[in-house]
Design a protein around this ligand. Structure first.
Ligand SMILES: *[C@@H]1O[C@H](CO)[C@@H](O)[C@H](O)[C@H]1NC(C)=O
Ligand SMILES: *[C@@H]1O[C@H](CO)[C@@H](O)[C@H](O)[C@H]1NC(C)=O
Ligand SMILES: *[C@@H]1O[C@H](CO)[C@@H](O)[C@H](O)[C@H]1NC(C)=O
Ligand SMILES: *[C@@H]1O[C@H](CO)[C@@H](O)[C@H](O)[C@H]1NC(C)=O
Ligand SMILES: *[C@@H]1O[C@H](CO)[C@@H](O)[C@H](O)[C@H]1NC(C)=O
Ligand SMILES: *[C@@H]1O[C@H](CO)[C@@H](O)[C@H](O)[C@H]1NC(C)=O
Ligand SMILES: *[C@@H]1O[C@H](CO)[C@@H](O)[C@H](O)[C@H]1NC(C)=O
Ligand SMILES: *[C@@H]1O[C@H](CO)[C@@H](O)[C@H](O)[C@H]1NC(C)=O
Ligand SMILES: *[C@@H]1O[C@H](CO)[C@@H](O)[C@H](O)[C@H]1NC(C)=O
Ligand SMILES: *[C@@H]1O[C@H](CO)[C@@H](O)[C@H](O)[C@H]1NC(C)=O
Length: 752
């Protein structure tokens, strides 16, 4: 059966080869004889076959022409990859008679490329006959069978042959015996053996032949064995003698040895060597898988374009490869792509690929969102800053419009201030305080300024600062350091002040190396100027402002020793309806109002107390807190008050004051200072009263020419500003100012 299948395959292969590439025979040789295709190594004509064994004689006398295997002179009716089929009636023996004769036939194939196939068997016909066979395959063998009938009408007079493939079945008038594979020489005897069991032969005819198993099934009437005309006619033999199968092979060794000898190895390119049989030497050639053609014919087997047969699923792309092909499903499909495989099935939309794509898109989207969010934040921050500036500008504008007259507070660009201070270079630092750092800077127009870089951080503080700046910017007093402008565009606010060049009052009074010591008149003028400035802040400006940190080191002096009250860092603007603000105590020890210290309530009189200390400093030339431990009381104010009470003022007065100041004037001022330092705030004079008194004392001390000059530069400038007649009280602190809405500055909602 296997052979049959492979034969069938070969036939198909031959047919397809014929149809596709065409060349199965040597070039120039006929490819067929009659109806039979003749592939190389077989060939018709000289030089067309591989060797003599494969020579085919195509006898054109027949119609259609008949091919004959030359060496056996047998008609060849089929050529297969492993065998040929021939009509070989010469292999039949027959006898007719009664005398127990023996007939023999000998066939030797050993000099050819052929062997009897094991698909043949030996058949004997007759009722008293023995067929014996000996031969040579891979070894010598022998066998035989007896055809026997019990009587002439045995089995109803009809003979039958055993159909077992090894010939061991029951038969009447017929027996069979197998022929082994690889049989090269065959010896057959047909012997009449009737004498072994009966005197006379039942039927006169004996008959034997070797032939293919599959077609050897036939039956006949026993009586026909007596009619010689039937069995000895060509017609019968031609009709009933089956073809003989002969295996063919190459070489005399198996593949492992044959392939080592290229000169005799006949297989061409893209072929496999196939052993003829594990036990019988010789080999065959076969096209490798995926190749087709004649494996014996140069250049060998050719690649099969499998794609021509569309072996792939309609949704797959077929790629022909050497010896094979590849079906790959199109995008969106999965499977092996083969028509007879799993084919290609459409991927559901929720596959990993889609998930991956979705994931990628999602991540991208998130990234874009994040970037947008970041940009939004940046924009918002910028907008806030711009809003801040706008808000500030608006505030300034509002107030300036209300008050009308003052110079506009300038908004400095951040760049200009950075440039002015050499990027806030440490070498430019003028001073450092709790509020921030003050830098010296030069603006682009050459103006020298002091720039305070605040430490503000939160919005509430910023709001208050703006409020203060708005108000401070309105102060245009010759004895108050002028706020020139500010800059809110930076991270922390920057305030730009006029630059006051000649140090502080503290340095002037207490520096022992000072070039000049202060004259009485200068002291009087300085005190008067400070008092005027404070009086103005307390009452003359539109909203009361408490300085809260009056001390000699906060009084700046220009080159002409004109004072400038500075450092409004802790200053507070006070709401109209409040008498005080409770705050954390701030200020400088030595200048601090003891009442404020006890109650934490800052009032305008707290500033008066601090001024009193400065006044005493001017009178005595001593520091507010003495560093000299030999003295009884280290606090200047206490000491001063004590000596006033004891009536020995001279012990504390500065020498130059005693010298230059008139006794009466000195005592008057000392009394004024005493009142300022009163422990009860209510008993202290207001700043206005102090200023007026100091001014009048100063006037009385001046010669008339100087007096006129002094008139021109009065203590405080009268400005067309409203001076509130409401009895303001002062408040301060971090807590929010709870003023009525009409006094509150405009604040855009988005700032808060
Ligand atoms: C062809 O066959 C005929 C009849 O059998 C025979 O007479 C003739 O010699 C053959 N020719 C060849 C070339 O074998
Ligand atoms: C029978 O056998 C003998 C030899 O054994 C032979 O000579 C003779 O011709 C045979 N007879 C017939 C009829 O064939
Ligand atoms: C056939 O008969 C001859 C002569 O009797 C004998 O030598 C030979 O061995 C026989 N062959 C077989 C296969 O029996
Ligand atoms: C001959 O071949 C047959 C089968 O083909 C095997 O069974 C046997 O062993 C072989 N004998 C020798 C001597 O190779
Ligand atoms: C052979 O003949 C017998 C009897 O005629 C029949 O039963 C059997 O099927 C046949 N075998 C084949 C293979 O034709
Ligand atoms: C032998 O067979 C032939 C053909 O079938 C027939 O004509 C003839 O009569 C037969 N002879 C005998 C004696 O039966
Ligand atoms: C040759 O190869 C084909 C498959 O490629 C196989 O079916 C066939 O049996 C092989 N022939 C021989 C003689 O091995
Ligand atoms: C078929 O081709 C695809 C893509 O070219 C490859 O991934 C696959 O391994 C191939 N399959 C075979 C059997 O060659
Ligand atoms: C600060 O100023 C000094 C002197 O002008 C200069 O040497 C230094 O490089 C400056 N520092 C920076 C950081 O610009
Ligand atoms: C104050 O200014 C004068 C010149 O007007 C100058 O000589 C003096 O050094 C300056 N003092 C201080 C402390 O800057």
């Amino acid at each position: 059966m296997l052979l049959q299948l492979s034969l069938l395959h070969f036939t198909i292969l031959l047919l397809s080869t014929t149809s596709s590439s065409g060349s199965i025979a040597k070039p120039g040789c006929p490819e067929r004889c009659g109806t039979l295709s003749i592939p190389y190594p077989f060939g018709v004509g000289s030089g067309c076959s591989m060797e003599r064994s494969f020579d085919i004689n195509c006898n054109a006398s027949y119609d259609p022409p008949k091919p004959f295997l030359s060496i056996l002179n047998a008609e060849i009716i089929g050529i297969n990859p492993t065998n040929i089929r021939i009509n070989f009636p010469n292999l039949a023996l027959s006898s007719y008679g009664q005398n127990g004769s023996i007939f023999s036939v000998i066939y030797r194939l050993s000099s050819t490329r052929y062997m009897f196939s094991d698909q043949n068997w030996l058949t004997a016909i007759g009722c008293d006959d023995m067929a014996a066979v000996t031969g040579q395959a891979n070894r010598s063998f022998s066998g035989g069978c007896v055809s026997y009938c019990q009587s002439a009408d045995d089995s109803g007079g009809v003979a039958s042959c055993p159909d077992d493939t090894n010939g061991f079945g029951l038969g009447t008038g017929c027996c069979r015996t197998p022929i082994p594979k690889g049989t090269t020489n065959l010896f057959v005897n047909l012997t009449d053996v009737h004498r072994n069991w009966r005197a006379n032969k039942l039927f006169s005819t004996s008959y034997a032949f070797v032939g293919e198993k599959v077609t050897s099934n036939f039956s006949y009437r026993l009586n026909d064995l007596n009619n010689a005309t039937i069995f000895f006619s060509d017609n019968w033999a031609a009709k009933n003698t089956p073809p003989v199968l002969l295996d063919w092979k190459m070489g005399s060794e198996n593949c492992d040895k044959s392939t080592r000898n290229p000169t005799t190895y006949v297989c061409q390119g893209n072929t496999d060597c196939v052993d003829f049989d594990t036990n019988i030497e010789g080999y065959l050639c076969n096209c490798s898988k995926g190749y087709e053609g004649n494996p014996y014919l140069d250049p060998g087997c050719q690649d099969v374009d499998e794609c021509a047969d569309s072996p792939c699923d309609p949704n797959a792309v077929c790629t022909n490869l050497p010896g094979s092909f590849n079906c790959s499903c199109r995008k969106g499909y999965s499977g092996d792509g083969m028509k007879d495989g799993t084919g290609c099935t459409r991927l559901p939309p929720s596959t990993i690929i889609n998930v991956a794509i979705g994931l990628g898109v999602g991540l991208g989207f998130i990234l874009v969102l994040a970037i947008c969010f970041y940009l939004y934040k940046v924009m918002q921050k910028r907008k806030k800053r711009i809003d801040k500036e706008k808000f500030f500008e608006h505030l300034l504008l509002q107030h300036q419009t209300n008050e009308g007259t003052l110079e506009r507070t300038k908004l400095f660009p951040a760049k200009e201030l950075e440039k002015a201070t050499d990027n806030f270079n440490v070498s430019r630092i003028l001073g450092q305080g709790g509020q921030g750092t003050v830098y010296k800077g030069m603006l682009s127009d050459g103006m020298i300024v002091a720039i305070k870089k605040l430490k503000l951080v939160d919005e509430d503080q910023l709001e208050q600062l703006i409020n203060e700046v708005v108000i401070l910017s309105q102060i245009n007093h010759r004895h108050v350091v002028k706020l020139l402008g500010c800059c809110l565009a930076t991270e922390v606010p920057l305030l730009v002040y006029e630059f006051v060049s000649n140090g502080t009052l503290f340095e002037l009074i207490h520096n022992p190396n000072a070039d000049i010591s202060l004259s009485w008149n200068m002291r009087l003028k300085i005190a008067s100027d400070i008092a005027g400035a404070l009086a103005y802040l307390h009452s003359a400006s539109s909203v009361p402002i408490y300085h809260r940190d009056i001390k000699s080191s906060n009084i700046l002096l220009d080159e002409k020793y004109v004072v400038k009250v500075s450092d409004f860092g802790t200053s507070k603007v006070v709401a109209v309806d409040q008498t005080h603000l409770t705050t954390m105590v701030k200020g400088t020890f030595g200048y601090l109002d003891p009442e404020y210290f006890q109650t934490s309530q800052f009032t305008d009189k707290s500033d008066v107390y601090s001024f009193g200390v400065v006044l005493v400093e001017l009178l005595t030339g001593r520091r507010p807190i003495s560093t000299d431990t030999t003295e009884g009381d280290r606090n200047l104010a206490s000491r001063f008050l004590a000596s006033m009470e004891a009536g020995d003022l001279d012990t504390v007065l500065d020498a130059r004051v005693s010298e230059e100041g008139g006794r009466e004037a000195v005592i008057t001022i000392a009394r004024l200072a005493q009142r300022c330092l009163n422990h009860k705030g209510k008993m202290r004079p207001t700043m206005r009263e102090v200023a007026t008194e100091l001014e009048s004392i100063r006037m009385s001390q001046m010669p008339s020419t100087a007096r006129n000059e002094a008139e021109e530069t009065s203590v405080y400038e009268v400005k067309p500003m409203l001076i509130s007649d409401i009895d303001y009280t002062w408040a301060s602190g971090k807590s929010e100012i709870s003023s009525p809405s009409d006094t509150r500055p405009f604040i855009p909602d988005d700032i808060v």
